[in-house]
Write a protein that binds this ligand. Sequence first.
Ligand SMILES: C[S@@+](CC[C@H](N)C(=O)[O-])C[C@H]1O[C@@H](n2cnc3c(N)ncnc32)[C@H](O)[C@@H]1O
Length: 420
Amino acid sequence: MAGAAASSSSASPSPCSPLVRVSEVAGRGRALVASRRILPGEVVLADSPLLLYPSSLAALSSYCSRCFRSLPLSPPPLRCPSCSLAFFCPCCCCSHSHSHSHPVLLCRALPLLSKASSSLSPDLIPSLLFLLSAYSLPSPSLLRLLSLSSSASASASASAPPEALALHSLLLSSLHLPRDLLPGSFSPDLTAALLARDKTNAFALMEPSAAAPAPGPAPTRGVRAYGIYPDAAFFNHDCLPNACRFDYVDGPGDRNADLTVRALHEIPQGREVCISYFPANWSYKERQTRLLEDYGFRCECDRCRVESQWKENDRDQDDDEDGGEEERMEEGEGAEEDGEEMEAEEEGEDEDGDWDGDFPHAYFFVRFLCDRENCGGTLAPLPPSADGTLSNVLECNVCGRLRKEEEELGGGGNGDMLDE
Ligand SMILES: C[S@@+](CC[C@H](N)C(=O)[O-])C[C@H]1O[C@@H](n2cnc3c(N)ncnc32)[C@H](O)[C@@H]1O
């Protein structure tokens, strides 16, 4: 289960939550560690984005370019008068000055990018949108972005990797961006450093799920935007996380694009708080491949230690049952695990609220993995009430389904669905 105890603390930045502090953990870099006992469902962190950027050019006409809410049909959204490609919510976002809502560099580049897009691989567009957004940041935010970790593989080489050089020259050649619009720091090395931060730290914000989820398989949801969150970027990964993240981008208020991380179960003081960087039902092979390629480390969590001992046949079978491909730190869209098989092998909880035994993920799958077909989300309890009363309702962070927790697990069912 998630989280080695932190070994030593450092003078790292303080996160915006009193529930966690930044600590150095051997072999894992900086980590977020519980500064007190955290209750099931408690909000560990609510973090505002340092940077948000659209996932594609098509997303520009569906989501406000400032707050990334879905654009309403009425009253009509405001089209950016300069680039004509970006839209803004009619009320709150139009009232911001144009340069605040839509940075000049991005605004000037979008028509050029749109024109060039037919001759570019679609895979390059999100990276170009990221670079344009990052190079539009004010210096303190750019420095903050660069202070985040980048995966070992990206930072291992002394010179900028070829993909970064190609993207850098695309900004200059295909887009013909005027030099005077680019910051003085614009360089191939900086482009490479920014791309490495994006790869290691970006969270995907999903397209909205249905307000009242219909029964049956979860519909496939694309990505509306990517965000970099300066404090959430300190969460390390665990294949059996003790927390998971939620976003409510279409919600009310001016912090709609915040990322909220809630505890799945009680977390003792001093324990590292970890999330999963992708759907928890991914196979051992998929997890290890993604973590090595995109995050530069080999996972040695309890679950991986157990699964690394499995016979190849078992693993292949496991791989066949899993599926789905997601980008960045995202949960959802995986295929189902065999819940019945997992239930039969449940293990017990130790005194720290972690699960011991040879098969530590059995309990996790039964209790915290959404069983809706095609979902792959993680379930976390709703936050406790003001007087500390724990909620017995679990919310899925992908399909949004609410499920009432059973008094005891192992009764064969998965609790009552509240929203069917
Ligand atoms: C989003 S950052 C997390 C914060 C990071 N540890 C830091 O020092 O800023 C992701 C990076 O943290 C490290 N990391 C995350 N989870 C890890 C784990 N379970 N084991 C080892 N390293 C991990 C990897 O270097 C990864 O590329």
